[in-house]
Ligand binder design. Structure first.
Ligand code: PEP
Length: 248
């Protein structure tokens, strides 16, 4: 995998004015990045971000997508609707949605399917809780989560991005060590290789308290192809440092 991918997950933060300021700061400092870059604002702001990012090296992503195509699904936004706004990536299965919105592996696989059908790249999040890690279940959990997506999407899985996000590392400041992350990434890489001949196309991102200080070491691991960044993506200087650390 030659080009890394750095994605900012803004979660439920921002407003019209602060989004505008953040994007302008990013565009002012990004130059010609050596990696692919995307930001995922709250869904209500996709039109604003589409306009702010037009012609820039930063792609537009979202934090969720409906598992349904269209129709009587109050509150949902379909992949086709997001495509109308130039959305390139959709995070699916983030642990916060698995936890707070009761999303399960089947929902996540369906969301990935809808995104792929609309030409949007799903960023499929997998990761174990602290209790699961402590009971030696990390590999079992991440493989189960990813296998649901593989099972439903068949050969199309060469078009997905995977994000390994240990739940215990998200928003806690407790990053996985490069060795811990690399060993799970290697497991996921092997699983993807067994499922598609085009496994080399699939980027596996690390997420969980990645920041300006630890990004370079994490990103130097052989199977870490980029980062999914929450908190640090809201500070332009930090996000730009992570982008700068993501060379091939
Ligand atoms: C995330 O929300 O995907 C994430 C990794 O958050 P943080 O970087 O804040 O841990």
């Amino acid at each position: 995998m030659s080009r890394k991918l750095i994605v900012g997950n803004w979660k439920m933060n921002g407003n019209l004015a602060s989004n505008d300021a953040l994007v302008r700061e990013l565009l002012g400092g990004i130059g010609q990045p050596a990696c692919d870059v995307a930001v995922c604002p709250p869904g209500i702001y996709v039109a604003q971000l589409q306009s702010l990012l037009a012609g820039s090296p930063i792609d537009l992503g979202v934090q969720n997508v409906s598992m349904n195509e269209n129709g009587a699904y109050t509150g949902d936004v379909s992949a086709e609707m997001l495509k109308d706004y130039g959305v390139r990536y959709a995070i699916v299965g983030h642990s916060e949605r698995r936890q707070h919105q009761a999303e399960n592996d089947v929902h996540v696989a369906l969301k990935a399917k809808r995104a792929l059908a609309a030409g949007i790249t799903p960023i499929v999040c997998v990761g174990e809780t602290l209790r699961e890690r402590e009971s030696g279940m990390t590999e079992f959990i991440v493989k189960r989560q990813l296998s649901a997506v593989i099972h439903l999407n068949g050969h199309c899985i060469s078009e997905i991005v995977v994000a390994y996000e240990p739940v215990w590392a998200i928003g806690t400041g407790q990053t996985a060590t490069p060795e811990q992350a690399q060993s799970v990434h290697a497991v996921l890489r092997a699983q993807i290789k067994a499922a598609t001949e085009k496994a080399d196309r699939v980027r596996i991102l690390y997420g969980g308290s990645m920041n300006a200080a630890n990004a370079a070491e994490l990103l130097s691991q052989p199977d870490i192809d980029g980062g999914l960044i929450g908190g640090a993506s809201l500070k332009s200087a930090d996000f730009l440092k992570i982008i700068a650390a993501a060379r091939a």
